[in-house]
Design a protein around this ligand. Structure first.
Ligand code: XMP
Length: 324
């Protein structure tokens, strides 16, 4: 794509001009935007960039390893992998309100990130002057309308807002002019693997908002297994790229079932899949019943703790994509 090639070159020049010999820290979320921003900035300024990946223990199966392997081993980008699982899961104990979950996770995330940034500075690599973010054009617009108009915050999407002021850092946001589909084109242009670039969006608070009510390690483990089966089947059926987001939700409801001769009393798992252009509106994905039946059977047979599966046929609006 020639326009993206030109964009890439210009963006690299702009990053070099902005940063000079300064140091940049970039938080990786595991998602496409921060990954593309990091690779682009690394191409511009090499090891003046350090990435920080805060592992909050709310990721999907194998996700943390994928990020570390890609960045540290494949791209050779200096990467700090912070194992903060206990901290986050401990802080979420007893929390069941979705907005309190988001705020708890958002605040901790900033604390952990801040601490890592200070460590990087004190290790003599020179204090970090810049904070890189994978902010996209729709994020820019949305935050403008939030401060300007009488719009209602439906969900406080957590990102690293507030961090730069506290840390006295300047922002590097090389994707500010791009839409999601353009970021994907740029990611491919930069050689990121297709499977990574085409990934569905994943919320910052991760699986915490896919376990309605209070989370526990046990519930998260059950959810990870069901989610992995569901996404594996979607990939095998060749449907992954037609779907905006697909995921499992572990409901805080137990129902009665029967397995062999025994009565079971286990959780309900809801499956969600939607098509969308930008996440603002969405339609449920019309799987065929045979597909859903196969997924349900596999989840119930293979995941201890789930004995019933339902499919969510709510579009947005009136539903939201996530359950919390
Ligand atoms: P909703 O559920 O509001 O989601 O229809 C729209 C899109 O936003 C994602 N989402 C979030 N992303 N932090 C994020 O970074 C959040 O707290 C959050 N809540 C929802 C959701 O996955 C979908 O892509």
């Amino acid at each position: 794509d020639w326009t993206m090639k030109a964009f890439r070159e210009e963006a690299i020049e702009r990053i070099r001009a902005q940063v000079g010999t300064g140091r940049v820290i970039c938080g990786l979320s595991g998602g496409v935007d921060s990954a593309v921003a990091a690779v682009l900035i690394h191409e511009a300024i090499g090891d003046q960039l350090t990435c920080v990946f805060v592992d909050h223990g709310l990721l999907r199966a194998a996700e943390a390893e994928q990020v570390v392997t890609l960045f540290r081993d494949h791209y050779n980008i200096p990467l700090v992998h912070v194992q903060a699982q206990d901290l986050f899961i401990g802080a979420l104990e007893g929390v069941s309100d979705p907005e309190v979950k988001r705020k708890t996770i958002g605040k901790l995330f900033i604390d952990v990130f801040d601490e890592e940034a200070k460590k990087i500075a004190s290790e003599g690599k020179g204090s970090a002057d810049f904070l890189a973010q994978g902010t996209l054009y729709p994020d820019v617009i949305e935050s403008v309308s939030f401060t300007g108009g009488p719009s209602v915050t439906i969900k406080s999407h957590h990102n690293v807002g507030g961090l730069p002021e506290r840390m006295k850092m300047k922002l590097v946001e090389p994707l500010r002019e791009l839409f999601k589909d353009e970021v994907r084109v740029l990611g491919r242009e930069l050689g990121l693997p297709d499977a990574f670039v085409g990934r569905h969006p994943f919320p910052g608070p991760g699986l915490a908002i896919r376990v309605p009510g209070e989370i526990t390690r046990e519930k998260l483990d059950i959810l990870r297994k069901a989610d992995a089966i569901y996404l594996g089947e979607i990939r095998n059926a060749g449907l992954y790229d037609q779907i905006w987001q697909a995921f499992a939700v572990l409901l805080p409801v137990k129902t009665v079932g029967v397995m062999g001769d025994a009565r079971t009393y286990d959780h309900v798992c809801a499956l969600r899949a939607v098509t969308s252009i930008d996440g603002m509106t969405a339609d449920f994905y019309p799987f065929d019943m045979g597909f859903l039946g196969r997924v349900a059977t596999r989840i119930i047979n293979e995941v201890k703790g789930i004995n019933r599966v339902t499919y969510d046929i709510t579009s947005k609006p009136p539903g939201t994509i996530e359950w919390e």
